[in-house]
Design a protein around this ligand. Sequence first.
Ligand SMILES: *[C@@H]1O[C@H](CO)[C@@H](O)[C@H](O)[C@H]1NC(C)=O
Ligand SMILES: *[C@@H]1O[C@H](CO)[C@@H](O)[C@H](O)[C@H]1NC(C)=O
Length: 140
Amino acid sequence: MNSLGKSIFLVLFLEAALSNCDDEKTYNTPCKRLTYTIRNQVQAPTFEYSLEIPFCNQSFIRIMERAVDENANYRFTATYFPSWGYFIDAINGVKGFYTVNQTWWQFLKAPDSMLPVGVSYYYPDDGDHIIFNFIQAGGH
Ligand SMILES: *[C@@H]1O[C@H](CO)[C@@H](O)[C@H](O)[C@H]1NC(C)=O
Ligand SMILES: *[C@@H]1O[C@H](CO)[C@@H](O)[C@H](O)[C@H]1NC(C)=O
């Protein structure tokens, strides 16, 4: 791992450690629930998983962490950008290569509305169905 990789890893690790206290509280008194689906029908092996997750006024990145605790298929890697927050690089080992073959992870509210903000700034509503959908732009 290069030093950039190390510092990103450290940041993710610290984030996870810090958020655990809050999460403990909200997990015990969840005020809302949502459904979180990850779907890849582009590259073998294809997959689609859905989880119901309890939460309480948290940005979606926190819910993604909760999902990993519940089911290892939801593991993800992310890069942190100042003022923009986390950008999701890969989910369940599948990484977008936009410049190579126009593949990327779309962040959607079901059935197919693109969310206007990233995972760090999206605060889901009760009953939301959020989808990370791996796609490849047309022409390939
Ligand atoms: C939810 O959290 C955000 C960020 O901490 C805060 O700005 C907002 O007021 C909170 N909303 C409620 C309903 O607690
Ligand atoms: C896109 O490119 C990456 C990197 O070369 C490759 O691993 C992946 O399989 C490609 N995906 C598709 C759908 O062509």
